[in-house]
Each structure stands twice: as structure tokens, then as C-alpha cells.
Design a protein around this ligand. Structure first.
Ligand SMILES: *[C@@H]1O[C@H](CO)[C@@H](O)[C@H](O)[C@H]1NC(C)=O
Ligand SMILES: *[C@@H]1O[C@H](CO)[C@@H](O)[C@H](O)[C@H]1NC(C)=O
Ligand SMILES: *[C@@H]1O[C@H](CO)[C@@H](O)[C@H](O)[C@H]1NC(C)=O
Ligand SMILES: *[C@@H]1O[C@H](CO)[C@@H](O)[C@H](O)[C@H]1NC(C)=O
Ligand SMILES: *[C@@H]1O[C@H](CO)[C@@H](O)[C@H](O)[C@H]1NC(C)=O
Ligand SMILES: CC(=O)N[C@H]1CO[C@H](CO)[C@@H](O)[C@@H]1O
Length: 516
């Protein structure tokens, strides 16, 4: 016979469980294109959602799973203390130590490119609503960071800047374009209205107006001419002024997207070349002071915004310049040349400059010579998840994807540099497809919010199992793991304060394990 107190406790537990663990989510409508996994199909009337998880009581666990074979954000309740009696089935052990803390999380997100806006705009209003909610609201993966190109990129339908009037050094003809007014600003404002977060916007230029450059082109090998350093700094301030008229204030900028591209002869799309030395001069003598003087001194300046193999040299050179040093808040990294330098270069850079943050500012799949769009590619979830885990475990504060949405060909893109995206739009039948990569992003962006603190994780005995761990602002802990093995596993998660937890982990799967 249970005592009244026990009954009461049970009732409380049931009620608590019902209301606190998860809200129900709409299932993925799968479509298999014959690749390694499937996509989730959304349209004007239907879209799968992501379960939200509130603060959990000590020892309560929610496992969110996506797998190659079947699951997308599938929520399961687990309990500490129920470990398998059969030790033989245990393949891995994970140790979480929340007393060892590292960086604060800034967030995860994607980019409002011209191509993204053009694709989203091709959908019906109701399908657009589902797409925007998928990325930004609590029904979706709640992106907290967004990159906004300053004028044209390769993912534009033409080359342009905000002042294509040769010699206009006063920027009297500076003006936003249709791309901003129709394809970017309305969607950024829509995202903000859907979000419960304060979305952190940062902007990056690909090229100055051609007339300010040594080669008088938007692409190819070319540099900002010495006489236009100050005009180019003024141009940044004008951009922030114009966006502010639409209520959009920026958290940060990068001084140049991929500054090394423009040093490559014949480089095929929008770029402008810089050495680290020249970037330090521009930031120290022009950009930093100009933003201060024009009321944008709170916009954080990130340097580099290029491949991590240029670290730590790039940061050393810029930060050694005493003019530039006080204006630099962070360092942006891209993933396209990761094979040249291990993720530990981020830790090396962090240790040299512990008061500057590192943000992964761009990545995408399907770059040349790979196949561009692959509908249902599980290996692309794995490459995203692996890179995010490696970046977070080496002091990055967040990870920002490239185009929010592309078409079936991976464009539009004036220079035919087509790539893949977590959301592919099929405007001919008003559908969009959520790729496995979308779920890789969501396993972090929804469940590891800003101001989560990374804590120590040790994973024993397996190179196919990788992960990273956090304590969240609400007190929950979040452990994100990726199983790249082809065998099912049973993992024991050990937390010094909570005990042992048995986690089922099927072959080729990704999990966010949240516990109180
Ligand atoms: C939208 O998707 C839902 C769920 O798959 C389906 O029932 C509905 O028929 C679709 N609508 C259209 C117009 O295709
Ligand atoms: C480690 O792996 C070996 C074989 O690969 C296995 O026998 C052992 O049980 C594993 N130990 C743990 C703690 O996972
Ligand atoms: C760097 O600045 C020097 C001096 O103005 C200039 O000659 C050179 O072309 C610049 N290089 C780059 C890559 O910006
Ligand atoms: C997009 O829709 C068109 C028209 O129904 C169809 O022919 C095409 O196969 C669809 N694309 C994909 C990737 O499903
Ligand atoms: C990882 O996946 C492999 C095969 O896909 C599976 O055998 C193994 O049990 C999984 N490991 C875990 C910890 O789930
Ligand atoms: C496949 C694709 O999107 N191609 C586009 C690339 O960009 C050019 C210029 O905008 C378009 O004309 C193509 O349709």
C-alpha cells in the first residue's frame, strides 16, 4: 500500500512530466530520393515542427534524436539510474563534468542572401510562413544569429554595390537595392517578429564598388585603392544607417568576406583582396574610428572571416597593430579549407587572444567539385555536426550556415557557384524540403541557446562517437552527440552530480540529450 505522501508524489510526478518535458511536435513527412536518407516535405498547409523542452527537474532526461533510418527530432524520456544490467551491451562511456567550464555560447544561424530571399519569395504566403517558422520560431529551430551580406555576393542574380557611380567619394548616390528592400529586409524583420530571441545580425561585404578597386571589377584579383580606404569605411556606416531606417540594428560585422579570395588571379566571384597587414590598417585607422564617430561604435568588428588555416597568423598580425587592436572583438572562420589545418588552431588562437571571440561565420555543403544539391544526404548532416562539435570543442562561440534556402539547382547564383542548403525550395509545386543538414543545425540552435556555457566532456573508447556538452541558462544540461558508426550502440552517460544514464544510440544518428 502506498502512503498518501507517495501517492501525492506520484501524482505530482505525472503532472510534472506532462507539463514540463516536451510539447508535442508535428512529424516529418518523409520523401526518399534514393540517397542515403530522406528529406522532410513542407508545403502551404503542413510542416514538421521541433519539440520544445522546458526546464527539467534534477535527473529527468529528454533525448532528441535524428537518425539516418527514421527519426527527425524524435523526443524520448529517459531517467538517470536505470542502467543496463547487461554490461556487455555497453559500447561507450561519456563523462560530463560541469565543474570544468569553457566559453559562453553566442548562437547558431544562417545567412539572408539574395538567393535565399528570392527562393522564399517564390513560395505562397502560407508556405513562406511555414519556412520562416521552421528557422526562427519556437515551432522550429530558433536561430539566434543571422548574417546579412552588404550588397552582392555570388548568391545574387547580378553584380552590384550600393554606389556604382565612379568617383562618388561623398557616397551621395549610396542607396539600398531591390535585393535589400524586397528580398532581405522584409524577411529579416519577419524572422525577428517570429523569434523569442534577440536575433544577432552581422554583416559582411564581398566587394567594394568596382571603381574603388585596383582592377575595376567586383571579382578577380583586386584590392581597395589606398585613396578609398576612408570612403570604404564611410560606406559601412551608410549601410548601417540605411538598415536602421527599417528598424534593423547590427550586433557585428566582418571587415571583409574571405579577404584572401581577391588575391587569387581570376577568382570567379565577388571578392576583394586584403593582407592581414592591410586589414589591420583599415580597421585601425578607418573602419574603427569611423563607426565610433558615426554612432555605430557598439557594432563589434570581426577580422579574417576566412579559412582557419590562416590562423593564428591573421589574428597575430591584426592584433599586433596598436591602432586596430582595441577595435577588434572577434575572429570569423570558414570551413572550406579545413583539411589544411586541424580544429586545434582555434584553441591555439584562443589561448593567444582569450578576450577575442571566435565565430564560425560561413559553411556550406555541395561546393565544387562535389555534387551540388543532394536531397536527403545523411553524410552532409554528419559533416555539419562534426564541424560544429569540433568548433565548439575548440572555443568557437557559435556556427553560422550559409544560404537559408536555395532552389533545386543550388542557386540562383550569377557565377554558377551552386551549392547545397538545409532548405531546398521547389516553387513549381509550392513545396520545400528540409535536408538532414537542417536537423544538424537544430540539434544545436534550438537546444543550446545563447549564454549556455560549454562544460567538459570525455568520450571513451570510440572515434566514431563525438560530442560536446553545455549547461544552459535554465539550468538544464545539454549533451550533443553524433554517432558515425554503422553499428547500434548503448552509451552510458556519467554526470558527477546525477549518476549514470543509459542512452540508446542507433547507427548513424545524432542526439541532443537534455537533463535537469
Ligand atoms: C501538403 O502536405 C500535406 C502533408 O503531406 C498533404 O496532406 C497535403 O495534401 C499537401 N498539400 C498540397 C497542396 O500538396
Ligand atoms: C571498449 O572497446 C572494447 C572493444 O573495442 C570493448 O571490449 C570494451 O568493452 C569497451 N569499453 C567501454 C568502456 O566502452
Ligand atoms: C596592401 O597595401 C599596399 C600599400 O597600400 C598595396 O600596395 C597592396 O596592394 C595592398 N595589398 C592588398 C592585398 O591589399
Ligand atoms: C518539383 O516539382 C516539380 C513539379 O511537380 C516536379 O516535377 C519535380 O520533380 C519536383 N522536384 C523535386 C526535387 O521533387
Ligand atoms: C552508432 O551507430 C552504429 C551503427 O550505425 C551502431 O551500431 C551503434 O550502436 C551506434 N552507437 C551508439 C552509441 O548508438
Ligand atoms: C540554376 C540557377 O539557379 N541558375 C541561375 C544562376 O544565376 C543566374 C543569374 O541570376 C540565373 O540566370 C540562373 O537561372
Amino acid at each position: 500500500m502506498a502512503s498518501l505522501a507517495t501517492l501525492f508524489l506520484r501524482l505530482f510526478t505525472v503532472v510534472f512530466t506532462l507539463f514540463s518535458l516536451t510539447v508535442s511536435a508535428e512529424d516529418c513527412i518523409r520523401r526518399d530520393y534514393g540517397r542515403t536518407s530522406f528529406v522532410c516535405v513542407c508545403n502551404a498547409t503542413y510542416c514538421d515542427t521541433a519539440p520544445s523542452v522546458g526546464a527539467l527537474a534534477a535527473g529527468q532526461v529528454v533525448q532528441i534524436t535524428s537518425s539516418q533510418s527514421a527519426a527527425r527530432f524524435q523526443a524520448t524520456n529517459l531517467q538517470f539510474g536505470r542502467t543496463s544490467s547487461n554490461k556487455a551491451v555497453i559500447t561507450n562511456e561519456i563523462f560530463i563534468d560541469t565543474s570544468i567550464t569553457y566559453q559562453n555560447v553566442l548562437g547558431f544561424g544562417g545567412a539572408f542572401t539574395d538567393a535565399a530571399g528570392i527562393n522564399i519569395a517564390r513560395l505562397s504566403q502560407a508556405a513562406q510562413d511555414n519556412l520562416m517558422n521552421s528557422y526562427f520560431s519556437s515551432r522550429g529551430i530558433e536561430y539566434g544569429v543571422a548574417r546579412v551580406p552588404m550588397a552582392g555576393t555570388d548568391f545574387s542574380t547580378r553584380t552590384y554595390s550600393y554606389d556604382d557611380y565612379p568617383g562618388d567619394v561623398t557616397l551621395s548616390n549610396f542607396a539600398l537595392t531591390e535585393e535589400d528592400l524586397v528580398y532581405k529586409i522584409p524577411y529579416i524583420n519577419w524572422a525577428i517578429s517570429l523569434s523569442s530571441k534577440s536575433i544577432k545580425l552581422f554583416s559582411s561585404p564581398w566587394s567594394a564598388p568596382a571603381w574603388m578597386k585596383s582592377n575595376n571589377e567586383f571579382y578577380g584579383q583586386g584590392y581597395l585603392l589606398g585613396e578609398y580606404y576612408q570612403v570604404w569605411a564611410d560606406y559601412f556606416a551608410r549601410f548601417f544607417e540605411e538598415y536602421a531606417k527599417f528598424g534593423l540594428n547590427f550586433w557585428a560585422l566582418t571587415a571583409q568576406n574571405e579577404p584572401v579570395d581577391g588575391r587569387v588571379p581570376g577568382f570567379p566571384f565577388n571578392c576583394m583582396g586584403w593582407t592581414s597587414e592591410n586589414q589591420s590598417i583599415f580597421v585601425g585607422l578607418n573602419l574603427g574610428p569611423t563607426l565610433q564617430a558615426k554612432g555605430f561604435g557598439d557594432v563589434k568588428i570581426m577580422i579574417m572571416d576566412d579559412q582557419r588555416n590562416y590562423l593564428p597568423e591573421w589574428a597575430e598580425t591584426v592584433l599586433a597593430n596598436p591602432d586596430a587592436n582595441p577595435y577588434v572583438s572577434g575572429i570569423g572562420v570558414h570551413w572550406y579549407q579545413n583539411f589544411i589545418a586541424p580544429p586545434s588552431v582555434l584553441t591555439t588562437t584562443h589561448e593567444m587572444f582569450p578576450d577575442r571571440f571566435i565565430l564560425a561565420t560561413e559553411a556550406c555543403e555541395g561546393t565544387f567539385p562535389k555534387e551540388t544539391v543532394v536531397l536527403g544526404a545523411w553524410d552532409r548532416l554528419e559533416s555539419y555536426a562534426t564541424d560544429i562539435i569540433e568548433n565548439m570543442n575548440n572555443w568557437a562561440v557559435g556556427w553560422v550556415d550559409w544560404n537559408l534556402a536555395l532552389d533545386e539547382g543550388g542557386g540562383p547564383n550569377w557565377s554558377e557557384n551552386f551549392v547545397d542548403s538545409p532548405i531546398i525550395v521547389n516553387n513549381t509545386i509550392d513545396e520545400f524540403y528540409k535536408q538532414p543538414m537542417f536537423y544538424a543545425m537544430g540539434h544545436f540552435s534550438k537546444y543550446v541557446p545563447e549564454n549556455s556555457i560549454r562544460v567538459n566532456i570525455d568520450i571513451l573508447n570510440d572515434t566514431t562517437l563525438i560530442g560536446t556538452a553545455f549547461v544552459l541558462p535554465d539550468g538544464n544540461r545539454a549533451v550533443v552527440i553524433l554517432n558515425q558508426s554503422d553499428d547500434d550502440k548503448t552509451i552510458i552517460l556519467n554526470d558527477a552530480e546525477r549518476g549514470a544514464l543509459e542512452i540508446p544510440c542507433e547507427a548513424r544518428s545524432m542526439h541532443t540529450i537534455l537533463y535537469g
